[in-house]
Design a binder for this molecule. Structure first.
Ligand code: ADP
Ligand code: MG
Length: 571
């Protein structure tokens, strides 16, 4: 077990200490595990009904996160996954009760019912008006089965919100209790876990799941669920959960609901968004109107990866209570609106001038195709090389560039304007390749395009000058010089060798000059294996990169060789 705790017995007090320290609106009752609204006395004196919830810890931000104006007056925290004691609940009641009385909102677990129930009885004997409502929103369990009743899950947070808003309006205890009871009866929740969680005091997970297994319909205490199954795509899981809740609440087309997508603790935000998007789509397809929706960590089970979905039937009154102001740390006040049109048309790129297209038999096209074919073939090698010294995406980036260029090549401008062809290739790469190499290749092609366009000709010397300008562009954007262990270590010597060889042959022997360039790139790329990386992602690997050539430099060597052999076969 690895946890950021001080010691197992101090988990709950330490957590509450941090929560209260960060929030001037909250107080921790001395010597207790009770979080109260700092202004609880004033609210009670105004005649507001006080709301108390709580239960075992491990469900953060529930319930301390929902204490504040507009929601709870106090939250009583037990040990992790253990109901708080009767006396703790009683202390909370005494701390926040005013003339209007107290409503206890309790999740349906035996321990919680007993401790909150007994505390209510004792408080009543002391003359405090107390009502208690039970939330049992877990639709995975049958409503009247052989069990201790349906469990209280994340839907409880909706009850906090709605009852809290009703209490803030100054309604009576009877009314607030009835509103809370009706809300609890209009809720359905079901969850699915991808991993178990570990109670600090237990030190090991509550159950075990194989790599591809998920647990359906679990509670929030690390206990197993009602069924185990194979992992499915998020959309299918979402659909199955919603189907069960819809059936349970007997929702029909045109019914109005609020949706809560709840993280059980260890789910990345990205996956939560995927689930939320799937849920909204599913409900739209079933013609159920989602009036409000929230996605986040509302009621968790420690670090469990997984989610629960909650649907609550709403009418205008419930919507108003959901929308009402609340000042707590965990309820996202003033949110929950669902976008009507969530996709906006992207700005349209300027259309390239129409006119002649790059012809199939042009040598320029054959060179481009040869380079693309070579990069597609090199994908696995570049991936492996980049995995060793970087993050492994170079092969994919290069092949994505190649595939996109090949896909668009029929729309490229004519070989009669080679500068425009390079410019268009640059635009393709700029659009489809990110990472480091994307913009570097885009600038290379752009700089080369400018030289070719300005010279007005495209003889070997012009291409050589364009290549030099392209390499300068890489240095200008990336700041790398020879010796830094980047693609520049292949590009720079290759451009120099090309120029020298052309000068030597009086500009005649193109193949010889290209051979010199390929040789220079090859030896430059090879030499990178003995250089310590100073730039790019490899720099994080440091000396561990020694002995392995730079993948970007290797790629340069490959496509230069492809250019040479394409031109050679045409000669
Ligand atoms: P990343 O994954 O780091 O975004 P890529 O995988 O797209 O980058 O490209 C990695 C290659 O980029 C390296 O092998 C190296 O040749 C080249 N590179 C990294 N930084 C620079 C730089 N500043 N200038 C030129 N080339 C660079
Ligand atoms: Mg990379």
């Amino acid at each position: 077990m690895k946890k950021l705790i001080n010691d197992v017995s101090g988990v709950v007090p330490d957590m509450l200490d941090g929560l209260a320290a960060l929030n001037p609106g909250l107080s921790l009752l001395q010597g207790s595990t009770i979080i109260v609204r700092a202004d609880a006395e004033a609210a009670a004196a105004r005649g507001e009904v006080a709301l108390i919830s709580g239960g075992g810890s491990g469900h953060e931000p529930a319930h301390g996160g929902y204490v504040g104006p507009g929601m709870l007056s106090a939250a009583v925290a037990g040990e992790v996954f253990t109901s708080p004691s009767t006396d703790a609940v009683l202390d909370a009641i005494r701390a926040v009760a005013g003339p209007a009385g107290v409503l206890l909102i309790v999740k349906n677990y035996t321990g919680d019912r007993f401790n909150f129930g007994l505390a209510a009885e004792i408080a009543r004997a002391e003359g405090i008006a107390v009502e208690m409502i039970i939330v049992a929103d877990d639709v995975a369990l049958s409503a009247h089965g052989e069990h201790a009743g349906r469990r209280g899950l994340a839907g409880t947070v909706f009850v906090h919100k709605i009852a809290g808003a009703a209490a803030a309006e100054g309604r009576s205890l009877r009314e607030v209790a009835q509103i809370a009871r009706d809300t609890a009866a209009s809720l359905g929740t079901m969850g699915v876990a991808l991993t178990p969680c570990t109670v600090p005091a237990a030190g090991k997970p509550g159950f075990e799941l194989a790599d591809n297994e998920i647990e359906w319909g679990l509670g929030i205490h690390g206990e197993p669920g009602v069924e185990r199954g194979a992992l499915e795509p998020a959309g299918q899981i979402t659909g199955r959960l919603l189907a069960k809740i819809i059936d349970d609440l007997a929702l029909k087309p045109d019914d109005r609901v609020a949706l809560l997508v709840n993280n059980l603790g260890g789910t990345p935000s990205s996956e939560l968004s995927i689930v939320a998007g799937s849920a909204l789509r599913y409900l739209r397809e079933h013609k159920i109107h989602v009036e409000r929706a929230w996605s986040g960590t509302f009621l968790s089970a420690l670090e469990m990866a997984g989610i629960s979905l909650t649907l609550l039937r709403v009418d205008d009154q419930r919507l108003a209570w959901l929308d009402a102001a609340a000042q707590t740390t965990a309820w996202p006040a003033l949110s929950g609106r669902v976008a009507q049109a969530s996709v906006k048309p992207a700005p349209v790129a300027p259309v390239t001038a129409s006119g002649a297209r790059l012809s199939r038999d042009s040598s320029l096209r054959r060179v481009i195709e040869a380079v693309c074919a070579c990069l597609l073939e090199a994908e696995p090698v570049l991936t492996e090389m980049d995995q060793r010294v970087g993050d492994g995406d170079l092969g994919i980036s290069m092949s994505r560039a190649a595939r996109s260029i090949l896909g668009e090549i029929d729309t490229y401008p004519s070989e009669k304007t080679p500068g425009a062809v390079l410019r268009t290739m640059s635009a393709t790469i700029r659009r489809v390749v990110g990472g480091t190499s994307g913009p570097l290749y885009a600038v290379m092609l752009l700089r080369a395009a400018v030289v070719i366009e300005q010279s007005g000709e495209s003889g070997t010397k012009d291409w050589s000058a364009a290549f030099t300008a392209a390499v300068d562009g890489v240095t200008a954007l990336g700041g790398a010089h020879p010796g830094d262990r980047t693609m520049v270590d292949a590009l720079h010597p290759a451009a120099a060798a090309l120029q020298t060889a052309l000068v030597k042959s009086g500009g005649i022997d193109t193949d010889e000059a290209l051979k010199a360039a390929v040789d220079a790139a090859t030896s430059g790329a090879t030499q990178t294996a003995s250089m310590t990386p100073r730039l790019g992602r490899s720099s994080y690997v440091g000396d561990r990169a020694l002995g392995f050539a730079d993948p970007g430099a290797h790629a340069v060597r490959l496509w230069l060789a492809a250019i040479r052999s394409a031109l050679d076969t045409q000669a």
